[in-house]
Design a binder for this molecule. Structure first.
Ligand code: FES
Length: 146
């Protein structure tokens, strides 16, 4: 049911933890399954490169694996490049997810967006293409077809 890569990232997740005095912190939940994700970003204020990223989750196995991969994909990138890392790209990098678990991959994407939003607010900048994130992503899911 799960690819080897999903199982590997679930068993050995990368970038788990917290960053003290993070440049941006984002928390999102999915009220339907009750899972929560928090992402911490350490961003270089000059280059806008994400120097470090960590996540903490009360989430299912698929949420852990997709967050692990998502943090790997945004680390070392600029905030603008990170914004383009979609849950689809994360799923592709993991060789796919079962259809019923696709929504789990949205937690990481949305939490990264929320952390970028927090960073933008704190540093008084506007990140083009970034809109205010939702605290509960299940509201958005109802509008989308999977
Ligand atoms: Fe909630 Fe996977 S079931 S994130």
């Amino acid at each position: 049911m799960y690819s080897e890569k999903v199982m590997e990232h679930f068993s050995n997740p990368r970038n788990v933890g917290e960053i003290e005095n993070a440049s941006g912190v984002g928390t999102v939940g999915n009220a339907k399954c009750g899972d929560i994700m928090r992402i911490f970003l350490d961003i270089d204020s000059e280059t806008k490169i994400i120097r470090d990223v960590k996540f903490k989750t009360f989430g299912c196995g698929a949420a852990v694996a997709t967050s692990s991969m998502a943090t790997e994909l945004v680390k070392g990138k600029t905030i603008y490049e990170a914004l383009k890392v979609t849950n689809k790209a994360v799923m592709e990098a993991l060789d796919g997810l079962p259809p019923v678990k696709v929504h789990c991959s949205l937690l990481a994407e949305e939490a990264i967006h929320a952390a970028l939003w927090d960073y933008a607010e704190k540093s008084g900048i506007v990140i083009e293409g970034l809109s205010k994130p939702k605290n509960d992503i299940s509201e958005a899911e109802e509008e989308e077809d999977y």
